[in-house]
Ligand binder design. Structure first.
Ligand SMILES: *Cc1c(COP(=O)(O)O)cnc(C)c1O
Length: 217
């Protein structure tokens, strides 16, 4: 169902450490958390089981949580501005790291309630995204590793196809620039209801909660 080249990020929000421990025992290697605090608590609860996991920040990152996020997560997928990337850059060395892998989050449906860079606010968007990548590539302690998108909330997941396709195109455009410290490896798109469409449109990283754990309570 999910091809072997695609990474599965287990979206752990609202789940207990026991539930997450079970998926780790079943072979999960990437876990995503929406809040820094919850990621820290989950790691503490999991103890040694947390060690071989790659931890992804997938929720909105507040400025005052960046240092903690850097200590807690291996990848920050929710960078939603060049400014935020700069703020991360400044905190990488103090957090004891050399370089922080990040993805830039795109709000491809330009939805008001969603985080991420949105086409409506930055036209022409394709050019804007190229500029963002260029600016981020100048930051010495940040490595842009791809793009993340939620996709718009739609009734029928098939309707998200053109949005995913547009993000993939932007992903390819940025890759083609061959910028320093930019290594476009991950296209993180698709959740329980949309991952099959996202994979068809080029995602190689999907973030799944409900299909793994069941409906959230
Ligand atoms: C909750 C969440 C997911 C997973 O959603 P499901 O519909 O439960 O699979 C993926 N990405 C983000 C950013 C999330 O917050």
């Amino acid at each position: 169902m999910i091809p072997p080249y695609a990474a599965i990020i287990v979206a752990a929000k609202t789940r207990t450490p026991d539930e997450v421990a079970t998926v780790i025992e079943a072979g999960a290697t990437h876990i995503g958390e929406n809040y820094v605090q919850e990621g820290m608590q989950m790691q503490t609860s999991l103890g040694p089981k947390a060690r071989d996991i790659t931890w992804h920040m997938i929720g909105h990152l507040q400025k005052n949580k960046i240092s903690k996020a850097l200590r807690t997560f291996d990848v920050i997928q929710s960078v939603d501005s060049v400014d935020r990337a700069r703020a991360i850059d400044a905190r990488v060395e103090p957090a004891g790291k050399q370089i922080a892998p990040i993805l830039v989050e795109i709000n491809i449906g330009s939805e008001e309630a969603k985080a991420g860079l949105s086409p409506d606010e930055h036209e022409p968007f394709e050019e804007y995204m190229e500029q963002c990548a260029e600016e981020i590539s100048r930051l010495e302690h940040v490595r842009l590793e791809g793009l993340m998108t939620m996709g718009p909330r739609v009734g029928n997941p098939e309707e998200s196809r053109p949005y995913f396709r547009r993000v993939k195109k932007i992903f390819d455009q940025i890759s083609a620039l061959r910028l320093d410290r930019v290594d476009m490896r991950y296209l993180s798109m698709g959740m329980t209801n949309s991952y099959h469409i996202a994979l068809e449109e080029g995602a190689n990283m999907v973030r799944i909660g409900t299909a793994i754990f069941g409906e959230r309570g």
